[in-house]
Design a protein around this ligand. Sequence first.
Ligand code: PNS
Length: 162
Amino acid sequence: MKIGVYPGSFDPFTVGHLDVLKSAVSLFDLVYVAVLNNSEKDPVFTAAERVDMIDRMIEAEGLQNVRSGMFDGLLVRYAAQVGASHIIRGLRAITDFEYEFQIDAVNRHLMNEIRTVYFMASPSHSFLSSSKVKEIGRFGGSIEGLVPPCNENFIRERLARQ
Ligand code: PNS
């Protein structure tokens, strides 16, 4: 069985993430969307809330071969634990490349047999990030079309209170 891990902070999961996920699912029998539970990053949504939102999105999108997960510590360890052969990441711009290049070098150093595959974000999502969603939401702008519809109200209400 071919297993992939799509890791990230997902604070929150956006339609850009969904686009990458949908590109990846046909290549794997099973994909874990794995939320990094990292207290250093001071996220807006708890790891449990982010996992819940991902579960709602999986259900709403009818993604049969996708599961949510949560990890702390090293990503490659989590990937090995769930039996993944590949890590999945998205790329929007050349600035992402620099960042991904470093992550890949570290991961290969740690576990060379787990390789990373990359999907280019759709041009319509090239500006989109979790940070931009948070910025827009905090200042009362519309986040419609930026996050999965099933999570929009929850995200908007949380950001409005910040
Ligand atoms: O969505 P993000 O925040 O860019 O995701 C970054 C992530 C979670 C892939 C990266 O920070 C990560 O893998 N962290 C876990 C710690 C780890 O394995 N570090 C070594 C690779 S940098």
